[in-house]
Design a protein around this ligand. Structure first.
Ligand code: LRH
Ligand code: MN
Length: 425
């Protein structure tokens, strides 16, 4: 199924008048505050969020999985689904592949499909947290951190193969997330595990092309429940610094212990120029991989206020913007459309923060004023502005509603059947 500009225009036409009324009203109040609306629109359009290939099917937990039908059963169908999302919101022009779940059979064919729907390839993800059939060594007790040299060598080799796959697709980054750790005190030596991991990452780093990045993703627990080798931002940052200028820290919002101040972590990483990218999602308790902005929208806004300030106050390179979610209850495409919209809205609200006013409130220790300045932006309904940015770039005024009105899931079920299952978690 392909979404054409006619589909979008037919959907937008009856909504244009009301969209224009709401946008003009908001634009006038923003210009009164001295904001440059055309530059806001451009910044909103330029923010493109990559879609994870492993989140286009229905996710599940150990307690069950409830498939929704019409799921992409092949890499081609996954790329077509990302193409549908991008056609609707003009905000998701890349897919992040996970290897070996998404090894292309025909690289030219896959690149042609991607090109035909206007998307590219963001970071490629290695996988040394599962054993593949016929694998010579097991990752049960770790991969890059494993005390057994043959296991570490196998895991290093896998990561170098993932880089080769990414190079053929035009990707420019490798994401390394390690499940490595222990579930019982005494099981591992923390020092040996960390050093094994560093030595192994260094071997992988040697295979990284000059214009590539290595994104080191941290996580406090799961699947190990006593220790994780790369457990927090500090450990990832330490390794990225020791590895070199092409290594950065990747912040998965769900990989923090309760009440962690993630916006402060983002600020510190940007100050050090080591913020490599994000896996956006939301959570109430653990690594719940819920819809972005569905549980803690204010935290997401505060993270973007640090990003917007960091863009002008630090030398941190443009991070990789990616979603990492798992959809147990919602239609995967609807969940992803909601997530991209939430990210764009938080970014837009952060662009409205009067940083000069905020600085003077901070210098004068006017705590109440500082909060008012932030919350004035957070309480601004920026939907007409975000929707206008998407409309002007050829997208649907309300991408989620368009997805439903165009009956896309029904069409996908007709084309693919209700039993297809996507590779991934
Ligand atoms: C680990 C993680 C990692 C992926 C996986 C799908 O929890 O966040 O980014 O490899 O999810
Ligand atoms: Mn992740």
């Amino acid at each position: 199924m392909k979404i054409s500009s006619d589909h979008i225009q037919d959907y937008n036409a009856p909504l244009e008048k009301e969209q224009k009324r709401q946008f003009d009203f908001l634009a006038e109040s923003l210009e009164k505050k001295g904001l440059n609306v055309p530059s806001l629109l451009q910044k909103i359009q330029d923010l493109q969020i990559a879609i994870p290939s492993w989140a286009l099917g229905t996710g599940g937990t150990r307690f069950g999985r409830f498939s929704g039908g019409g799921e992409p059963a092949t890499l081609t169908q996954k790329i077509q689904d990302v193409g549908i999302i991008h056609a609707l919101n003009k905000s998701s022009n890349a897919v992040s592949l996970h290897i070996p779940w998404d090894i292309p059979e025909d690289y030219e064919a896959i690149k042609a499909v991607a090109q035909s729907v206007g998307i590219g390839f963001d970071a490629v993800n290695s996988n040394t947290f599962q054993d593949q059939t016929g694998q010579s060594q097991s990752y049960k007790f770790g991969s890059l951190a494993n005390d057994t040299l043959a296991v570490r060598e196998l895991a290093v080799q896998h990561n170098l193969e993932v880089i080769e796959i990414g190079k053929k697709l035009g990707s420019k980054a490798l994401t390394v997330w390690l499940a490595d750790g222990s579930s019982f005190p005494g099981q591992n030596s923390f020092r040996k595990s960390l050093d094994n991991t560093f030595q192994s990452l260094r071997e992988i780093y040697k295979g990284l092309p000059e214009d590539w990045k290595m994104l080191v993703e941290y996580k406090p627990y799961e699947p190990n429940f006593y220790s994780t080798v790369i457990q927090d931002w500090g450990t990832s940052f330490l390794l990225a610094n020791k590895l070199g200028p092409k290594a950065f820290t990747l912040v998965d919002l769900g990989h923090h212990l309760p009440n962690t101040n993630i916006e402060q972590i983002v600020s510190t990483l940007m100050t050090e120029g080591k913020l490599g990218g994000f896996h956006f999602n939301d959570s109430k308790y653990g690594d719940d991989d819920l819809t972005v902005g569905s549980i803690k929208p204010y935290q997401l806004f505060l993270i973007f206020t640090e990003l917007v300030a960091g863009f002008t106050e630090t030398q941190n390179p443009n991070p990789a913007w990616m979603i990492d979610a798992s959809h147990n209850l919602k239609d995967p495409m609807e969940d992803l459309l909601q997530s991209v919209q939430a990210i764009k809205m938080s970014f837009t609200q952060a662009l409205l923060v009067d940083n000069e006013q905020l600085k003077s409130a901070q210098e004068n220790h006017d705590v109440a004023a500082a909060q008012e300045i932030l919350q004035d932006a957070f309480r601004t309904d920026v939907r007409p502005l975000v929707n206008e940015a998407i409309r002007q770039s050829g997208g649907a005024i309300n991408a989620l509603e368009a997805y439903r009105k165009l009956g896309i899931r029904e069409q996908l079920i007709k084309e693919r059947g209700s039993k297809t299952k996507a590779t991934g978690l």
